[in-house]
Design a binder for this molecule. Structure first.
Ligand code: NAI
Length: 396
């Protein structure tokens, strides 16, 4: 079949396998030429490994100097009669192909990370592939729902402000249009459900499972990703439901740090930069900030994507300094360049000028849209998109 981009709202409904391969290859090429990760971990579990930060972390640790073996957990859709499957499916396929070519273990486990069954499967995989112990656990799940293990009902996250409504602009990637929207304040149930889905509870449950199964190696570290942003994004992020969940994640990092201290290890909530990923384009109100941030950081030469963020995290910070450099709240900050004062002043000045008639000219909308297309395997000049692809080859 010929595969073309299909975007509904901000969701990609098609993915191109060869474009996903291209994306993996470009990330591998980058980390091989970047500052190397010295004294990195050898046996790494990544929960949420198929796209965004989790995939970039997996590529950085495998090809960027540490030569790690990895087990990756993700929830992706393969090709079927209904469609091409998700980009993450192809990312897993090609990551594994290139990692194995270099002699690395790259085990992919597909299923719901929140479930006890998948946790059990991972414990078994750690036995099989890692001689029973893991050196680093990366929690990079971005999900909209989580089943309540007691009742089987779903907790559904709601990305909303808390206390008061918020009015701002959103941009539809589907037709490149700008809309004003108002988000109502979250109810208590929505705040609680978002915390259950995106807070620290499942991260803690993973680490507890691995402690109980004696799968933690001496010196084992764990990290999970957070976002804080600047005052422009606070109403929709930090002061909203997602921010509440991230604060819970930060608190979880402290309790996990105590637990892993018993193994001479540690736990860090790692605050990253705002980036275009499958998950972040979903956040209402974030897009005007993203196109302004991309514009300013590219002009200043400080722009990073997931792969640059992850390579810098491991080479400069988590495995680059002892003790691990953290801020006063014991957070590992990878948003340092985003929050640079001059960057933020320029972003705010730019955002104040943006509107429906000029956002494509003033902001880096092209760059953001290109990044979104690339995430799904589109927009690569190396790929001839007029050629038919046999997606049956990717069904396994
Ligand atoms: P993403 O959508 O690119 O990746 C999410 C991953 O989670 C995928 O591998 C997906 O398969 C997996 N996943 C989702 N539901 C799952 C489930 N039920 N079971 C197993 N795997 C599941 O998202 P992104 O943006 O890389 O997000 C990862 C983390 O980084 C999140 O905690 C997010 O809040 C955080 N973050 C993201 C930023 C951004 O701007 N994109 C900035 C700072 C932090």
């Amino acid at each position: 079949m010929i595969i073309e981009p299909v975007i509904q709202g901000v969701v990609a409904r098609a993915a191109h396998p060869y474009g996903c391969e291209q994306s993996i290859l470009q990330q591998i090429e980058y980390v091989k030429s970047a500052k190397s990760i010295k004294a990195g971990p050898k046996r790494v579990l990544i929960i949420g490994a198929s796209s965004g930060f989790g995939l970039a972390a997996r590529i950085a640790l495998t090809f960027g100097g540490a030569e790690a073996d990895t087990i990756g957990v993700s929830f992706e859709r393969g090709p079927s009669e209904k469609g091409t499957g998700s980009a993450g499916w192809y990312n897993n396929h090609y990551f594994q192909k290139y990692a194995e070519r270099e002699g690395r273990v790259a085990a992919n486990i597909q299923g719901d990370a929140f479930s006890a069954e998948i946790k059990e499967e991972v414990v078994e995989a750690i036995e099989t592939y890692f001689e029973g112990e893991v050196d680093l656990i990366i929690y990079s799940v971005a999900a909209g729902v989580r089943p309540n293990p007691q009742t089987g009902d779903m907790w559904r996250s709601a990305i909303k402000p808390i206390g008061q409504s918020y009015s701002g602009a959103m941009i539809q990637l589907e037709d490149d249009s700008w809309h004003q929207q108002t988000l109502s304040a979250a109810s208590d149930e929505e705040i609680e459900a978002t915390l259950k889905v995106m807070g620290g509870e499942d991260w803690e449950s993973w680490v507890d499972t691995l402690i109980n199964s004696e799968s933690i190696a001496p010196g084992c570290q764990t990290i999970a990703f957070s976002y804080m942003g600047s005052e422009v994004t606070h109403p929709i992020y930090l002061d909203g439901t997602l921010g509440r969940a991230k604060i819970d994640l930060h608190q979880t990092s402290h309790s996990l740090n105590l637990k892993l201290a018993n193994f001479d290890g540690g736990a860090y909530a790692t605050v990253c930069k705002a980036l275009v990923t499958k998950a972040s384009v979903f956040i209402p109100g974030l897009m005007p900030y993203l196109i302004s941030l991309y514009k300013v950081m590219k002009e200043k030469g400080t722009h990073e994507s997931c792969i640059e963020q992850m390579q810098r995290l491991f080479s400069d910070k988590l495995y680059g300094q002892t003790p691990v450099p953290v801020d006063a709240e014991r957070l590992l900050r990878m948003d340092d360049w985003e929050l640079n004062i001059d960057t933020q002043e320029r972003v705010q000045a730019l955002m104040a000028k943006l509107g429906k008639d000029n956002f494509k000219q003033l902001g880096d909308y092209q760059g953001v849209k290109q990044a979104f297309l690339n995430l799904n395997g589109f927009g690569f000049e190396q790929i001839d998109y007029s050629q038919s692809v046999d997606i049956d080859n990717f069904r396994k």
